[in-house]
Design a protein around this ligand. Structure first.
Ligand code: PEP
Length: 249
């Protein structure tokens, strides 16, 4: 049995004050068990958020990190710096980072290695563009990204990671994938993990769907056998909406 995980991705939203207000509301209404809860906040709000959520079962994640331990990388943050302030998860390879910040399968791989070495759980994003989907390339794209992200890792390491299947055309657009289509692609990703790292690892690794998930549609995704939760942008910004997503999982 894989524990479902609902991760919020706040992207570049929320000041420290807003993050604290979210935490107070989320703490007050947090009464669902059996679901792993994570909020991925901007760097500036992470320390305040880990403090505000201390003692709860809501973990905190970052949205990116550098692969080096330290060094002359102006503007970057390392895995151990995140660890030091209580961060437990990190989103890696989000399509917005691939699109706007030149993230590649190689840099995602380096970051996954560094995150795991620092005992951070990577949430590795894969997914095709609309153009790639229409050209029938979805399976190839997610295969290449999954193999790239986990190159050189052991089965044990891969089992600790989380994969988020996020079709780019569904992110922030209101056009969610059907639950059946999302499940089909997630089953492909799981079969790639099985081929490379064995059946046991494929059965253990959790794979989320992401792309316009809302309280109204979360149940349809969770009803699918291969979908283990969701990575949620817009609908994770309000505490009541995030808690409804968790309850729906
Ligand atoms: C995301 O940011 O990863 C995402 C899936 O966004 P949204 O839920 O807003 O589509």
């Amino acid at each position: 049995m894989r524990t479902p995980i609902i991760a919020g991705n706040w992207k570049m939203f929320k000041t420290i004050a807003e993050a604290k207000a979210f935490a107070a509301e989320a703490k007050a209404g947090n009464n669902t068990s059996g679901v792993q809860k994570v909020i991925c906040a901007p760097f500036t709000a992470l320390a305040a958020l880990t403090e505000a959520l201390a003692g709860t079962d809501i973990a905190v994640g970052a949205q990116n990190m550098h692969f080096a331990e330290q060094g002359a990388y102006t503007g970057e943050v390392s895995a151990s710096m995140l660890k030091e302030i209580g961060v437990e998860y990190v989103i890696l390879g989000h399509s917005e980072r691939r699109q706007y910040f030149n993230e590649t399968d190689e840099t995602v791989n380096q970051k996954v290695v560094a995150a795991l070495a620092a005992d951070l759980v990577p949430i590795v994003c894969v997914g095709e563009s609309l153009e790639q989907r229409e050209a029938g390339e979805t399976a190839n794209v997610v295969r290449t990204q999954t193999e790239g992200a986990f190159a050189g890792l052991t089965a044990e390491q891969v089992a600790k990671a989380i994969i988020a299947y996020e079709p780019i055309w569904a992110i922030g657009t209101g056009k969610s994938s059907t639950a059946e289509d999302a499940n089909e692609t997630i089953a492909i990703i799981r079969s790639v993990v099985a081929e490379r790292f064995g059946q046991e690892t494929a059965e253990a690794v959790r794979i989320q769907y992401g792309g316009s998930v809302k309280p109204e549609n979360i149940a349809s995704y969770m009803a699918q056998p291969d979908i283990d939760g969701a990575l949620v942008g817009g609908a994770s910004l309000a505490a009541d909406s995030y808690l409804q997503l968790v309850a729906g999982a």
